[in-house]
Design a protein around this ligand. Structure first.
Ligand code: ARG
Length: 461
């Protein structure tokens, strides 16, 4: 069993079927640089503890640097016989510094604390990159909001016309959700910034190695306080997968709207040619594939999370080999978002909004009925009665196939003497929008204040 990290107590090598099942180099190789960084830090604490002399440390670090460069250039790759990234890199180190020195590095560490640490290192970097992709998507939404400060659209509940809103208000609603995702990644990092290195297989080390020195060198804020927790827990991975799934869901909700808005029936947006696709048979087609793939990939991201949680649920402490299955879901989540975010932000940034069409539809479908009821409330009518009276106006308009503003003063007076001709002051989209001026409302002034608040929070992440 030459080259493997274990074998002394075995008489024969592993069955081919076991070796094939066991192998993880095809996905854990992306942690190679992190593994080598961990090895450098580990060599230093072995030196501090008196287990490597000055010369050995210097040769070890030089060997690790050469190995790192060879991994980067592709001159060193995993061999067919390597089980995982850790074993392969030990082989690579031994090839460079000899078995005598190379064989000393494994003292006081286990693949169990190594892998738990490397995964956190990788995910912390990935989280920073994903956060900047989400921020670019937020920027695209904010730019579109700023480019259309006065455009109105039908605000919907149950997908039915509800009340007119500003397009900017609607777009910024998506921006706030994505901002919380960025904040979640930052909050998550506080829990991810704890290093399991030094936990050993599960019980810590007897060799006087300082986990906090390793943690500091690897960019962590501290080391774990419990070696069992350090090697056996994967909640930090699961939380990461939850946040990435949530980002997927948020992108999917935007995308679903873009898909609807781009239909003939809505006619709210035209997609840029660079962010739409054609049909192999229908020459006229212009399809919103970016948005559809975003919606589809949200399902995949949810699958990554649920698969990981299912892997974890039955595991006794401490390390179990099941935990090798922790990596592909989170790696897939990272890869998926790295592909998706630039496409979605590009799609949003290049949307053309048909603001006349949106404005025309904004007050339709009796979307000003609430304004009529609130006008009555301001005139002293209890809301319960105002709701009824406004509803009667809707019923009358609907029976005639007209909108609320088409009813005459006499029609309103016929419904109730509480109505005066002044009710017309709220029977316009502009009147409705301007009146909703409380914090968080859709009035242009409130939306301008909202944008300032959003920018402030964006500046803090
Ligand atoms: N490749 C394993 C993983 O990804 C780490 C190795 C631990 N193996 C072991 N037999 N203890 O989790």
């Amino acid at each position: 069993n030459t080259g493997a990290l274990w074998g002394g107590r075995f008489s024969g090598g592993p069955a081919d079927a076991l070796a094939a099942l066991s192998k993880s180099t095809h996905f854990d190789w992306r942690l190679a640089h992190h593994d080598i960084a961990g090895s450098r830090a580990h060599a230093r604490v072995l030196h501090t503890a008196g287990l490597l002399d000055d010369d050995e440390l210097a040769r070890m670090l030089a060997g690790l640097d050469r190995l790192d460069a060879d991994v980067a250039s592709g001159a060193y790759v995993a061999a067919e016989s390597d089980e995982d990234v850790h074993g392969s890199l030990e082989r690579g180190l031994i090839e460079r510094v000899g078995p005598e020195l190379g064989g000393k590095l494994r003292a006081g560490r286990s693949r169990n604390d190594q892998i738990a640490t490397l995964g956190r290192m990788y995910l912390r970097e990935a989280a920073a990159s994903i956060a900047s992709g989400v921020l670019a998507t937020i920027d695209a939404l904010v730019d579109q909001a700023q480019a259309h400060p006065d455009a109105a659209m039908p605000g919907r509940t149950h997908l039915q016309h509800a009340q007119p809103v500003l397009l900017a208000h609607h777009l910024l609603a998506h921006a706030w959700a994505l901002l919380r995702d960025v904040q979640r990644l930052a909050d998550w990092d506080a829990r991810a910034a704890v290093s399991p290195y030094g936990s050993g297989a599960l019980a810590g080390s007897s060799l006087g190695l300082d986990p906090n020195a390793v943690a500091a060198e690897l960019g962590f804020a501290s080391a774990v306080h419990n070696s069992i927790d350090g090697t056996a827990s994967r909640d930090v991975y699961a939380e990461f997968a939850w946040v990435t799934a949530m980002i997927g869901v948020d992108l999917s909700r935007i995308s679903e709207e873009v898909i609807l808005w781009a239909t003939k029936e809505f006619g709210f947006v035209t997609l840029d040619d660079a962010f739409s696709t054609g049909s192999s048979i229908m020459p006229q087609k212009k399809n919103p594939d970016v948005a559809e793939l975003a919606r589809g990939k949200a399902g995949r991201l949810i699958g990554d999370l649920t698969g990981l949680l299912a892997t974890l649920k039955g595991l006794p402490l401490a390390y179990n080999r099941d935990l090798q299955e922790d990596k592909e879901p989170v790696f897939d989540a990272v890869d998926t978002l790295e592909l998706l975010l630039p496409a979605v932000s590009g799609m949003i940034a290049t949307l053309t909004f048909h603001t006349e069409r949106m404005a025309e539809l904004a007050p339709q479908g009796f979307a000003l009925a609430t304004d009529v009821a609130e006008w009555l409330v301001r005139a002293g009518v209890p809301f319960r009665e105002a709701h009824e009276l406004s509803g009667e106006a809707v019923k009358l308009a609907e029976s005639r196939g007209v909108e609320l503003w088409d009813l005459s003063d006499a029609d309103y007076a016929g419904i109730s003497d509480r109505f005066t001709p002044d009710v017309r002051s709220v029977l316009s989209t502009e009147g409705s929008l301007t009146s909703r001026s409380s914090q968080g409302g859709t009035a242009p002034a409130a939306v301008a204040a909202q944008l300032t608040a959003l920018r402030e929070q964006l500046g803090a992440v």
